[in-house]
Design a protein around this ligand. Structure first.
Ligand code: GLA
Length: 389
């Protein structure tokens, strides 16, 4: 852990323990102080308590997050009139997440997205992973990082509030080699930005590809379709997939395809195009190859919702981004405050290395070796169209 013990003591002292069970998710802007409160969210099947932390920013932004899966359960952002609404999908209580969670709000690991046939070779050995998506391995397997209880340490740094989550994934978990220590930090600053920092170290070479799987609906109602949202992705290529959603290995130009989001385009425009790639993804469920593949922070995507005026910008050090349009939502999940999550009522923008990289030597590597530190950052910033962005 990097934080000094003084800082630890300070953050514990600053942490108030008042309950956070009310459903305050609509509010007006700001004026308050940076604060974190905590309460018990519920009991895990093994009897351990899962906690719920509420982070509030002087701007008026509020996020609730549990150490079960690092799941963000609520996250408010302003519309053009300055009203803060909850813009993420999820459940009111822990039981909802324990029963059935299509990765709402969660940390994903060890490997975001798919590894073909749940197998890969590394240093002359073949590793077999848990398969949980037909024949493939998805989002870390049967019990991925979205389903474990993380250590959680809240902190404040002036007007910034955050939480450090820690988890040690044992050698062999879901089939992966090496003991992997993971630290994920959420940091909310008063400019309505949340920074996600992912760090990991291993004692044996292993693939690592960590991400965040929040489902957003920027209209703030979380049950309407997201098809009128307008998306720009800073990518001239995407990675086409086979019928099992595994990349073929090709980097295909987006120009002239339904995957061209180089300028702001309504999601509805081509999501039902007569196109083999759209058919395989049931819409958009693909990885885009960012134009700037460097490890510098750069704008990856911008989503705009015209009725509320909300804009979300994603900046990242990662080379790719998965845009998933909620094609597997089908109205069978009832979430927060009775919201029914219909087909395509939430979207995900998952920054990442490309799917199936352990089997695609031509893709940027995802292998972490002993002595190296995995370190990557992604930010989600909320603006409005009244701000001249
Ligand atoms: C990712 C995958 C999708 C789907 C969702 C969650 O976006 O690519 O296929 O698994 O997560 O359902």
């Amino acid at each position: 852990m990097r934080r000094s013990s003084l800082f630890l003591i300070l953050s514990v002292l600053l942490m108030s323990c008042s309950a956070t069970s009310d459903n305050a998710s609509n509010s007006s802007a700001g004026g308050g102080e940076a604060a974190i409160t905590s309460s018990i969210f519920g009991s895990m099947p093994d009897g351990r308590d899962a906690m719920l932390f509420r982070l509030t920013s002087p701007s008026g932004m509020m996020m609730e997050v549990t150490n079960y899966g690092g799941i963000i359960t609520r996250w408010t952002a302003p519309n053009r009139d300055g009203t803060y609404d909850d813009v993420v999908l999820g459940y009111d209580n822990l039981d909802g997440y324990l029963k059935e969670n299509p990765y709402f709000g969660a940390i994903i690991g060890r490997y975001g997205n798919r590894i073909g046939a749940g197998r890969f070779e590394l240093d002359g050995e073949t590793y077999t992973l848990a398969t949980n998506n037909d024949a493939n391995h998805l989002h870390g397997g049967i019990v991925g990082f979205d389903k474990v209880l993380w250590g959680a340490e809240p902190f404040t740094e002036g007007e910034t509030v955050g939480i450090v989550f820690t988890y040690t994934s044992p050698n062999g978990e879901e089939g992966y080699p090496g003991n992997l220590s993971v630290m994920v930090t959420y940091r909310m600053s008063p400019d309505n930005k949340v920074e996600f920092t992912y760090e990991a170290m291993t004692d044996k070479a292993t693939p690592v590809n960590l991400t965040q799987h929040s489902y957003f609906n920027l209209a703030g109602t979380s049950s309407d379709s997201i098809l009128d949202h307008e998306l720009m992705i800073m990518a001239d290529h995407f990675t086409p997939i086979d019928s099992g959603l595994i990349p073929t290995g090709v980097l295909q130009p987006v120009v002239g395809t339904p995957f061209d989001f180089t300028t702001a385009t309504a999601i509805s425009s081509h999501i039902d195009a007569d196109d083999e790639q759209i058919a395989f993804g049931l819409g958009y469920d693909h990885n885009w190859v960012l134009r700037d593949g460097s490890e510098e922070m750069k704008l990856a995507a911008r989503m705009y919702e015209p009725t509320s005026g909300r804009i979300m910008e994603v900046h990242t050090q990662e080379p790719g981004i998965q845009f998933y349009a909620g094609n597997f939502l089908d109205g069978t999940i009832t979430g927060k405050s009775g919201a029914v999550y219909e087909y395509r009522s939430g979207f995900c923008l998952e920054t990442q290395h490309f799917p199936d990289s352990p089997n695609k030597p031509e893709f940027p590597t995802t292998i972490l070796r002993p002595g190296e530190t995995y370190s990557t950052m992604t930010t989600f910033s909320f603006l409005t169209d009244g701000m001249g962005s």
